[in-house]
Design a protein around this ligand. Structure first.
Ligand SMILES: NC(=O)c1ccc[n+]([C@@H]2O[C@H](COP(=O)([O-])OP(=O)(O)OC[C@H]3O[C@@H](n4cnc5c(N)ncnc54)[C@H](OP(=O)(O)O)[C@@H]3O)[C@@H](O)[C@H]2O)c1
Length: 341
């Protein structure tokens, strides 16, 4: 059997764990691992043969049949991925920032099924597959998600009495935070994920700028605002929603007060996604949404699908029809930064 040549871009939290998982997987026999692109080739990595595999020279990427991009950012990561796609390779990526902000460049390859991106949203918990597959048979009414592990860890720790700074440091220590954690706490990471899901499942023309403008994070939430909600039996979480707006599908990200027992109310890096569709009704997808192992699991799942010759998720040709009225959805209470009087 001819082995598939695989290049890994990034050997950090996700990339190192991905290589470790792959090396222990039976499918490793079907893969020739060409190399792992990093910034610092001297730093020890937790996988076998790291010294021979890591490199700072991206030249090896040109020989790959499959490029696994877990490097992050919207520059080099996307440039190398798009070059590989243009010469016929397949890409597996967990990079929602690049997919969202350079979506038009990725779109022809997404349409061709040559981009796999399950781990870009909710890590190894499957959401892209279900939304573009089994759930596509229902007309979408709304989508709400708790999609950022860092914000969830921070808010849950603050619920337990921690300061904002201590709670954020904890999320970074656990490997949940983006390289630049302001992307998490300002809501931009959740907005990237929401836009990607929206384009893959609701409307391929959903505008990133619109979602970005309607995004408010948790960085300025006063502890008193959280305490006031707790007294009302509610807890604050960062919720990303795709709903019927004045001009069509609209995405928004903001802190919301959820009553105890609400399906979106999760702790730690557990993420949750609530899909409402007609005629199916309400579906809840819930599971780990960040961290090296959880994300590498999803990336490896995509790589295995690639090795089997299966296509990635394809965006719809046109927007899903709009619901008749916003009443089909539940209202969610946005929380202001300061405590209400
Ligand atoms: N961490 C998570 O929980 C999670 C969850 C879902 C999706 N993701 C996505 O997965 C991707 C990777 O995240 P991560 O947490 O693994 O990030 P990370 O720990 O910061 O790792 C990034 C890796 O890329 C390498 N790199 C960065 N810039 C480079 C450059 N200019 N040239 C060469 N190598 C470069 C780094 O090299 P050095 O190691 O030498 O610095 C590092 O190995 C991101 O797109 C992120 O959004 C992460």
């Amino acid at each position: 059997m001819e082995r598939r040549r695989v290049a890994v871009l990034g050997g950090g939290t996700v990339g190192a764990e991905l290589v470790r998982l792959l090396q222990r997987h039976p499918a490793a026999a079907a893969v020739e691992l060409l190399g792992v692109l990093v910034r610092d080739a001297e730093r020890e990595r937790p996988f076998a043969g790291w010294r021979e595999l890591v490199t700072t020279d991206p030249g090896f990427v040109q020989r790959a049949d499959v490029v696994v991009e877990v490097l992050g950012g919207t520059g080099l990561a996307a440039d190398l991925s798009l070059e590989a796609l243009a010469r016929g390779a397949t890409v597996v990526t967990a990079n929602k920032a690049a997919l969202t902000e350079r979506f038009d460049e990725y779109l022809p390859y997404l349409r061709a099924g040559r981009v796999h991106c399950e781990a870009a949203v909710m890590a190894g918990t499957p959401v892209v597959g279900p939304l573009t597959g089994a759930l596509a048979g229902s007309r979408p009414l709304a989508l709400h998600g708790v999609l950022n592990g860092t914000c969830n860890v921070v808010l849950a720790r603050m619920d337990a009495g921690a300061s904002y700074a201590d709670a954020l440091a904890e999320a970074q220590r656990l490997g949940y935070a983006e390289a630049d954690p302001t992307l998490d706490v300002e809501g931009v990471d959740a907005a990237h994920k929401l836009t990607l899901l929206g384009r893959l499942a609701f409307d391929p023309a959903l505008a990133w700028e619109g979602v970005r403008r309607a995004t408010r994070g948790i960085a300025r939430l006063a502890p008193a605002a959280l305490a006031a909600e707790r007294e009302r039996g509610r807890r604050v979480r960062l919720v990303a929603s795709l709903v019927l707006g004045a001009a069509g599908w609209e995405g928004r990200v903001r802190p919301v007060a959820l009553p105890e027992g609400h399906p979106l109310l999760t702790d730690g890096a557990t993420n949750a996604l609530l899909f409402r569709g007609d005629p199916l009704g309400e579906v809840l997808l819930r599971g780990p949404g960040a961290g090296g192992g959880a994300t590498a699991s999803g990336v490896l799942g995509d790589l295995l699908a690639c090795l089997r010759g299966e296509p990635g998720p394809r965006p719809p040709a046109a927007a899903a029809p709009l619901p008749d009225a916003p009443g089909a959805d539940e209202p969610l209470d946005e929380v202001a930064d300061g405590a209400a009087a």
